[in-house]
Each structure stands twice: as C-alpha cells, then as structure tokens.
Write a protein that binds this ligand. Sequence first.
Ligand code: ZN
Ligand code: ZN
Length: 175
Amino acid sequence: MKITLKPVGDVADEIMNELRGRVNGIFNCPVEIRESFNDLAYAYNPERKQYLSSKLIASLKTLAREGNEKVIGITDVDLYVPRLNFVFGEADTISGTAIVSLCRLRQEYYGLALDENLFLERATKEIVHELGHTFGLGHCSNVKCVMHFSNSLADTDYKKENFCPKCCLKIAPLL
Ligand SMILES: [Zn+2]
Ligand SMILES: [Zn+2]
C-alpha cells in the first residue's frame, strides 16, 4: 500500500512536505508527493465563488496510478457540493481517491491571528479522515477519533489526528 499526496492548483512546497511527514507518521506505509493539475477553472462556480469537489475528484481519478495506491488531492481553493455551504473534503471509496481543502482551516480565514501549527494539525486531521474513507472506514462515534464527523472546526480541533483502537483494528490489515 502507498499514499500519494497531490497538490491541486497552487499549494506551497513547505506545506506539502510538512503534511507528507505528518501523514506518514499516522499511516505505516510510504507517502509520496506527486504533481497533478493546475487548471481548476472547469470546476469553478462563479455564483458561489467555490469549486465543485466531485469534479476535482473526477480529474484525480483520471491520472495514472498504481493498483494499491490511495490518492488525495490537497487544494487551497474553497470546495462545495450541492446542498452544502462548503466541505472540508470529500472521498470516493471505490476509486480510493479523495480531496481536502486547506482554505477554511486557517485562522486568517476567520479574521484571527495566523497559527501555523494549528493549521497543520487541522489539515493533517482532515487528510487522515478522508484517507480513512478511501480505506473503506465510515464515521466513528468516538469524538476523539479522527474518523469522527466534523460538522465544524470545533469538532476538528477536539478530535485527535489518529485512529481510535476500534478504527485501528479495521485499518491495520489494509496497510
Ligand atoms: Zn467523513
Ligand atoms: Zn474510531
């Protein structure tokens, strides 16, 4: 098994490298960074000023990949799906593909002072959560588990960046 992180649009190298290290610390398998695509215009909704996450996942699915590879796109743009104001991320379990937006994970987005470590912790949790879905895990009732559903950033901040013992038992044989 291996995990590939793909910047979708512009994402700073330092952020990608930092996230690679953190994700590698959770999953006991190789984690690589690979280029993807930069032109996101086709997924942009000018009325909402957001990008349709399922369209970006569909593009990630078309990129060459290996059989036992989970792919997660990481983007700075704000994502949505119809009927929701926004999403932190989305996963497609069947193809083993997911995407996460960094946009709303930054304190600056809410007019607060920059907090780089908090931002990286949130991003790690969202990435590990969506990757958990690509491994077939559903949402977990344990509020401290990374697979707990985050309705808001408060939920994300409350949970940990790793799997609870129950989820660990499910994921360990798949790595
Ligand atoms: Zn989820
Ligand atoms: Zn759990």
